[in-house]
Write a protein of this length. Structure first.
Ligand code: B12
Length: 282
């Protein structure tokens, strides 16, 4: 059993190591607090749009949307990488090649896991996959509880430094470390909601879920008006419109480059200098 002092030292070592490995943001959340969160609770109540080609085949053996938690998992290490508008290629899918942002997250995860296993041989370490259906967790909620920002009106994690232009991953460990969140940061109060107005599919134009009907106090995009099916329609369109390009930083071969819509990220004024609407049409 580690003392409170030892666990605090361990926490600061882990946070420092994640940054050293390249994370732009990192925090710790209590696994007990993450269990059965609003995203997981909403799934059985989702309407015509809970399954689409973005929802991978279930390999956990659990119902769709349910999270698999390892029995001894106690703390989630949540880490992220900034994906600024000036570096859109970080989010591009080139053929079957993982976007550079995903690669960076994978490298951080690998290095952090190795560090943890070498430094604390008694510790169980569980890197979580991206898809909940394959054993992942709901990352925005984990990031919120780790103090990395709030879930904004655009239904995304908004980080005070980088806005929503971040990608996150998590790793669970079998030690209870002091959580680093949540924080009271909330930039959406009083904002003009540029993010919603710029959605090419008007995915935020109708209320899909209410607090009364779902019994949830946290709804998608806060007001229950994020329509996943409309968002999927845009992303499917992006796939269909993907052009064959030669991008030497990816490959010397001509490959199909998919650039998914990011208007709800790019239009958010948090963490960027200006709010020029036309800039979002990248
Ligand atoms: C499946 C998925 C998709 C699907 C469905 C999205 C959806 N929301 O249903 C599709 C393909 C459509 C999609 C689209 C996008 N996605 Co996506 N997606 C995911 C994935 C794998 C799971 C999300 C999910 O199913 N949520 C379940 C549904 C039911 O919940 P929800 O809609 O999020 O609503 C809940 C929350 O909002 C929560 N909530 C609201 N307010 C509050 C407040 C508090 C305090 C709490 C605790 C909770 C809470 O309650 C709601 C439930 O009632 C995550 C990765 C992961 N493992 O978490 C990435 C993820 C959410 N996606 C991401 C991104 C970037 C995108 C896109 C911008 C596309 C792109 N270019 O990558 C769009 C943005 C859509 C949007 N505005 O929400 C990022 C978000 C980063 C960020 N800053 O938040 C994630 C985290 C992946 C990553 N690599 O980091 N995505």
């Amino acid at each position: 059993m580690r003392s409170y002092r030892e666990r605090c030292t361990m926490a600061s070592l882990i946070l420092g190591k994640a940054r050293e490995c390249g994370a732009d943001l990192v925090g710790l959340a209590d696994v007990e607090v993450l269990k059965n969160g609003p995203s997981e609770q909403l799934f059985p109540r989702m309407k015509d749009h809970s399954r689409d080609h973005f929802a991978a085949r279930i390999t956990t053996g659990l119902p769709h949307g349910a999270v698999f938690w390892e029995e001894d998992a106690q703390t989630a290490i949540v880490y992220g990488v900034a994906h600024p508008q000036e570096k859109p290629e970080m989010d591009w899918w080139c053929g079957g090649i993982d976007p550079p942002g995903n690669k960076k997250l994978a490298q951080i995860g690998k290095a952090l896991k190795e560090f943890l296993q070498e430094t604390y041989p008694d510790l169980s370490v569980y890197p979580k996959l991206y898809h909940v259906e394959k054993g992942g967790i709901y990352l925005k909620e984990a990031a919120y509880w780790a103090g990395l920002g709030c879930i904004g009106r655009n239904n995304l994690l908004i980080n005070p430094e980088f806005g929503p232009r971040v990608r996150v991953r998590a790793m669970l460990i079998s030690e209870k470390l002091p959580a680093t969140g949540p924080s009271s940061f909330d930039p959406c109060e009083g904002c003009e909601e540029y993010c919603l107005k710029g959605c090419p599919q008007k995915a935020f134009d109708q209320v899909i879920y209410t607090k009364e009907e779902t019994g949830l106090s946290h709804l998608p995009a806060r007001e229950g008006d994020y329509y996943r099916k409309a968002c999927v329609a845009e992303m499917t369109k992006n796939e269909a419109e993907a052009k064959i390009q030669v991008l030497p930083q990816f490959s010397d071969e001509p490959l199909k480059v998919t650039k998914y819509c990011r208007n709800c990220e790019f239009l958010c004024p948090v963490g960027r200098k200006s709010v020029l609407r036309e800039e979002a049409n990248v």
